[in-house]
Design a protein around this ligand. Structure first.
Ligand SMILES: Nc1ncnc2c1ncn2[C@@H]1O[C@H](COP(=O)(O)OP(=O)(O)OP(=O)(O)O)[C@@H](O)[C@H]1O
Ligand SMILES: [Mg+2]
Length: 220
């Protein structure tokens, strides 16, 4: 099944043309990286895929269905249940513990408190991070924070994970751990992952890599 399809997508902010005639196809269980310089349009592209932004022209299809004409409620439903976001900045809510952070998307999706807690603990345990459950984000290392953000993105068992430069603030060792985690999620949960990056990080566990330059994607 094709989970994401972009056809000839254009996006400009005023005079700044960010995406120009961009095409992309991502299948179930795919793992794709998009590399581009700062300002190349990586976040814009992920926001369009994640239904946080509309393109000016072109078509976006998720799970084989055009997003044209979807109501706001239908979009947030898709975002909540099918898509896990790992944002570039400010991933975790500082006033909530790690466990509460992982529970949050479950609560928003209407999962009962007890069931949400069970699932959140199960996820943390499965990925070896249960020891952090009662800690607050401020007390975690950057690498731990990003790994928790990824676990949280998984909470609602999404079909797609969009990870915007998840390793940008991490050293090589933590980037490696993060990529291992993403690779494991991709392999075991059959989640399609689209990850952006600025660096020439070697050894990405991806299936396909693209460069985003001058508004176009080129496979490398
Ligand atoms: N809401 C907005 N209003 C105006 N311009 C915007 C807006 N969002 C993005 N831009 C511009 O669009 C271009 C692409 O921005 P985007 O954030 O997608 O880049 P990026 O590849 O994610 O960069 P970085 O690696 O620094 O995060 C930039 O020139 C940016 O200034
Ligand atoms: Mg960005």
């Amino acid at each position: 099944m094709i989970v994401i399809e972009l056809f000839s997508v254009w996006k400009a902010y005023g005079e700044t043309e960010v995406l120009k005639n961009l095409n992309l196809k991502v299948e179930e269980g795919d793992f794709v990286s998009i590399r581009g310089k700062s300002g190349a349009g990586k976040t814009t592209l992920l926001r369009i895929i994640g239904l946080l932004e509309l393109p000016d022209k072109g078509e976006v299809r998720l799970f084989g269905r055009s997003i044209d004409g979807l109501k706001d409620g239908e979009k947030s439903d898709i975002r909540l249940h099918q898509i896990g976001f790992v944002f570039q900045f400010f991933n975790l809510i500082p006033s909530l513990t790690v466990l509460e952070n992982v529970e949050l998307p479950l609560a928003l999706a209407g999962v009962k408190k007890q069931e949400g807690r069970r699932r959140a603990l199960e996820l943390l345990e499965y990925f070896g991070l249960k020891g952090l459950a009662e800690r607050f984000p401020d007390s975690l290392s950057g690498g731990e924070r990003q790994r928790i953000a990824i676990i949280r993105a998984l909470a609602n068992r999404p079909k797609i994970i969009l990870a915007d430069e998840p390793s940008s603030s991490l050293d090589d060792e933590n980037s490696g751990l993060l990529m291992d985690l993403l690779a494991r999620i991709n392999r075991e949960e059959k989640v399609a992952i689209v990850l952006t990056t600025t660096d020439l990080y070697e050894g990405l566990p991806t299936k396909r890599d693209y460069v985003l330059k001058e508004g176009l994607l080129t496979e490398i």
